[in-house]
Ligand binder design. Structure first.
Ligand code: ADP
Ligand code: MG
Ligand code: MG
Length: 211
């Protein structure tokens, strides 16, 4: 089974940047309903900066790539999503152990470390209507598929389907974190913008690894 190398990870982040750019208006419309209408712009600006930074300074290994991506997001995106996605990538870096390629279990462990960073930073719990509601089921599906012997590509496809379900499940929920929580009951009936971009992140990983 092919391990994940730096080129695959570059493809992941470029694919994510491209989907965020393509979905910019959708992400903004979702944030207009329950936030401040900047999630599309925030993510597009941040991921475009990440793609530029990685092209200007090609990373030597996965840890360097994650560190650069994380620092760029923290620097270039204000608001909740910059520090949260930034922390996600910054926490992935040490979990690679400095390896040049990541076997599927190490990649899954690094993703989990990243999501634990998001939780440490934002204190989200399941069902709070945040990006965590897409990321947590994705990790569980990924681990489950890998431990039943599926390839990383298949396991990431399962993770992506779980992220989409988690994203959809945010719609009826009342938000308990972030700006949407200021709306109280009025936040129900709207899909969470951050869960929507997080599902794109997982889908991009599945695409990059399948290529
Ligand atoms: P802001 O709300 O500062 O304008 P964005 O619009 O870019 O930032 O991002 C909003 C998204 O961030 C929300 O849809 C939600 O998914 C996510 N989010 C907000 N607060 C938290 C938190 N404490 N933990 C996890 N995710 C959060
Ligand atoms: Mg916003
Ligand atoms: Mg904002």
């Amino acid at each position: 089974m092919a391990d994940v190398d730096t080129d695959t990870l570059l493809r992941w982040l470029r694919t994510f940047a491209a989907s965020v750019a393509a979905q910019k208006d959708t992400l903004t419309a979702l944030d207009a309903a329950i936030g401040d209408a900047d999630h599309g712009a925030n993510m597009d600006r941040g991921m475009a900066a990440v793609v530029d930074a990685l092209a200007a300074t090609p990373p030597a290994d996965p840890a360097a790539l994650f560190k650069q991506a994380g620092m760029t997001l923290v620097k270039s995106v204000g608001g909740a999503s910059g520090p949260l996605y930034g922390t996600f990538f910054l926490r992935m870096a040490p979990a690679t152990g400095g390896a040049a390629t990541l076997d599927p279990e190490t990649f899954a462990k690094a993703l989990r470390a990243g999501v634990e960073g998001v939780v440490a930073r934002g204190k989200a719990e399941p069902g709070d209507k945040t990006m965590y509601d897409a990321l947590a089921p994705a990790l569980d599906a990924l681990d489950g598929a890998l431990s039943s012997g599926e390839s990383l590509a298949d396991a990431l496809r399962a993770a992506s389907a779980a992220a989409d379900e988690g994203r959809d499940a945010t719609t009826p929920v009342v938000a308990r974190k972030g700006r949407a929580s200021y709306l109280g009951e009025r936040s129900a009936g709207h899909q969470d913008p951050g869960a929507t971009s997080a599902a794109l992140l997982v889908a991009a990983a599945a695409t990059a690894v399948a290529e």
